[in-house]
Ligand binder design. Structure first.
Ligand code: ADP
Ligand code: MG
Length: 721
């Protein structure tokens, strides 16, 4: 029966909210657990500090002799924070963060111990990483990969109940130099983009051009569910989502959760999360309730993409660990509950440098505008040429539940520019850059270039990729995903377009054209070829799905459709040409992500079967026997009771059992000609059968007596806090 469900409700009702911590002043908390440049400056010899600062700011190579000095200072600092261990932290191709801990301890010949941390171990580590998926890059005889210090992301101490550890962000590569992780391609894509952007900026007449860097601000959505409920839902614990569950009568239809008052217990949790983030130098900035009941959002202030990406991984870890302390489970799954909104991670992205500023900021000078239009045009071209790549980097079994559903962007990649900017590009396409429809706001003309209002007020929430004033916002990214994949894709497609634009521009200038005329010619060419990707209408609508296909855009609804795009010739060439990923590295990513997709669906299917057999049938049988018993006893005393409900429950149970059998049988198939075929099978055979089983189970939940239903229900999990 539902003893555990009732017990959970009682325990939650009696739960004591952790007292809120006395808030510390931000200045006292900020980056106390980070080995910042300031801390280094205070303890390093001048020349060493200069060397490391240069490396951090320009991403160049660090002098080996400097590493030893830095290591010693880092160790002293970490030990002063209570650390006895250090760890090289790396990001394998799974979405997790991996770390191997080593002690500072070193035993001397006389049996005494000292603490030791050399430049060599700071710079390079050799974790036994052979069980990380590598998509066939490393054969077993050279199974080891090694980690190498990423000087551009600061070291920090992680304080947990288990102790304090010095954490060093690293890349994870094979001995032959192939990237086995998510950080290496991000660093490479940033360097490639910087090179291409610098070239264009110089062409535009800038003499002083600093390294260009990409920036990222990722908005993280998540659900909180009380751990007493989660603990009696094996599906939540194992898969992060509910495989069964009848939507509650009350969902999000009243819009009473979005930006509503944050429940006390949740607010205490959020403050705890933010304090941990501040200590680690992660600039938590906004928090609010999201659309669905039990759903919340956290967004930091944006940072350099590489650091933001490490910080995003830390944020996900902090959210999950802190939730446990507060008696919650934090769900980062893209669709934990059917029938209400899922969770995304909007990745805000821009590129810029110290001398020219944000290159995606329209600015207010004509010159800046020309530059802006070229960078913006480069993005438009990239999204059109490589839309399927953008779709592939957000593909996962869990994000499939969200993309294309009612609240999330469709699986068709298009760009939203806002009506004013769209208008400007339309005019460029027509070859008539003149007054826009928005008279007074725009000041257009052949020699006077457009002026944009600082913050275009119109926002289109239905677009997967939108310009939002001074950055692009990639909204198709899933809440559970690492941001590095999307960032790599955006940086790389931009690189390709910037190179193309610089080439075209040079050719025009060589013909004797003036800069602004040359730029408009190139921009017109961009629009002639790539305007089909620009779409300002409702991305959720049926009409768009039709129109998109007419425009030649691909609709790739599932991961099985999207991942094979990584093997497309033009995408392979894109990565090779820009030096971001070799063909082997790209192939290995396809293999690893495909494997993950197949495994997730298989694991879920197995759990569907076992929960059906061991949890749902028994509830249905008990109810059936109770019902039929009552009906026959009543009949014995001459009272006739309608047998309709018995029949209904019996019929549903029977249908469910038949479908479960089909699913079991379908799971038995193992002979597939290719990974692609196997993925399609998971998408088109297994998933629909699982959905069908769920449909019957959820219908049963609506029939079976409440006190016999064992799984915590939606209204309980979503509304009891
Ligand atoms: P909204 O919900 O309106 O999209 P939020 O304030 O929740 O806005 O999040 C916007 C995110 O975009 C924040 O993380 C913010 O720091 C980030 N952001 C702002 N400007 C830039 C930029 N130039 N480059 C990258 N990210 C940016
Ligand atoms: Mg937002």
């Amino acid at each position: 029966g539902n003893e555990s469900r009732f017990a959970a409700i009682c325990q939650i009702t009696d739960r004591e909210v952790l007292p809120p911590k006395t808030p510390s002043r931000l200045e006292e908390l900020w980056a106390t657990d980070v080995f910042t440049l300031n801390k280094m400056q205070a303890c390093l010899p001048k020349d060493v500090f200069k060397a490391i600062k240069k490396t951090v700011q320009t991403g160049g190579k660090l002098d080996v002799s400097a590493a030893g000095v830095v290591a010693a200072a880092m160790k002293d600092w970490a030990i002063s924070k209570g650390a006895l261990y250090y760890a090289h932290v790396f990001y394998p191709m799974t979405n997790i963060t991996a770390e191997k801990h080593d002690g500072f301890v070193s035993v001397q010949s006389d049996g005494s111990v000292i603490t030791e941390f050399t430049g060599k171990v700071l710079v390079q580590g050799e974790p036994d990483g052979s069980s990380f998926p590598n998509g066939g890059i490393r054969s077993t005889f050279e199974a080891r990969g090694y980690t190498a210090w990423d000087v551009t992301s600061p070291a920090y101490v992680m304080q947990t109940d288990n102790g304090v550890t010095l954490c060093i962000p690293t890349v994870f590569i094979s001995w032959s130099g192939e990237a086995l992780d998510k950080k290496t391609p991000l660093l490479r894509s940033n360097a490639a983009m910087s090179k291409a952007a610098t070239r264009l900026l110089k062409l535009l007449g800038h003499t002083d051009v600093a390294t260009v860097n990409s920036s990222c601000g990722a908005e993280q959505e998540y659900f909180l569910v009380d751990s007493h409920f989660a603990n009696s839902r094996p599906d939540l614990l194992l898969t992060g989502r509910t495989l069964f569950g009848r939507p509650a009568a009350k969902g999000q239809q009243f819009d009473d959760h979005y930006f509503g008052a944050i429940p006390e217990r949740v607010q205490v949790f959020m403050q705890d999360v933010e304090e941990r983030m501040y200590r680690l130098g992660i600039p938590a900035k906004t928090r609010h309730n999201e659309v669905a009941p039990g759903q919340f959002e956290l967004a930091p202030f944006f940072e350099a993409a590489n650091v933001a990406s490490d910080h995003q991984q830390m944020t996900m870890t902090i959210l999950k660990n802190t939730a446990k302390k507060h008696g919650f489970i934090c769900l980062l799954h893209e669709k934990p509950f059917a029938g209400i909104n899922g969770s995304g991670k909007h990745v805000n992205w821009s590129v810029g440098n110290a001398t020219q500023g944000n290159l995606l900021d329209p600015g207010d000078t004509p010159h800046a505008n020309l530059q802006f239009l070229l960078f913006c045009g480069a993005v438009i071209r990239g999204v059109h040429k490589y839309g399927p790549l953008l779709r592939a980097v957000v593909a996962s079994a869990s994000n499939d539940h969200r993309l294309g559903a009612n609240e999330a962007p469709p699986a068709i990649i298009s760009v939203y520019l806002g009506s004013q900017l769209e208008d400007v590009f339309e005019q460029i396409k027509k070859g008539e850059v003149k007054d826009s429809a928005h008279a007074g706001v725009m000041n257009l003309g052949v020699d006077t270039l457009p002026e944009f209002p600082k913050d275009p007020g119109d926002r289109n929430r239905t677009s997967p990729f939108a310009f939002t004033g001074n950055r692009f916002e990639f909204r198709a990214v899933g809440s559970n995903q690492a941001v590095s994949g999307p960032l790599v894709a955006m940086n790389t497609i931009l690189t390709d377009s910037l190179i193309w634009i610089a080439d075209e521009l040079e050719a025009e200038l060589a013909k004797g054209a003036e800069m602004s005329a040359a730029a408009y010619t190139v921009l017109k060419e961009v629009m002639d070829l790539h305007s089909p990707v620009v779409f300002g209408g409702n991305g959720y609508s049926e009409e768009w799905h039709k129109l998109a296909v007419e425009r030649g855009l691909l609709n790739l609804p599932t991961t099985a459709d999207a991942l094979p795009m990584l093997k497309a010739k033009h995408i392979e060439e894109l990565f090779e040409r820009t030096g971001v990923l070799s063909a082997v590295e790209l192939e290995s990513r396809f293999e690893v992500y495909s494997e993950q997709y197949i495994q997730v669906i298989e694991m879920e299917a197995k759990l569907v079967i076992s929960l059906a057999k061991t949890v749902i049938y028994p509830a249905a049988f008990r109810y059936l026997s109770e019902l039929s018993g009552t009906i026959s006893s009543l009949k014995a005393i001459g009272v006739a009771l309608e047998a309709e409900s018995v029949e209904k429950v019996a019929a549903l149970t029977k249908l469910m059992m038949d479908t479960v059998s089909k699913l079991s049988e379908a799971l038995g198939k193992h002979d597939f000609a290719s990974t692609e075929e196997h993925m399609q099978y998971s998408a088109t055979t297994l998933r629909p059968l699982m959905d069908k089983v769920r449909e019957y189970a959820d219908a049963l939940e609506g029939e079976v007596a409440d006190d016999l239903w064992p799984l915590p229900k939606y209204q309980e999990m979503l509304f009891i806090k």
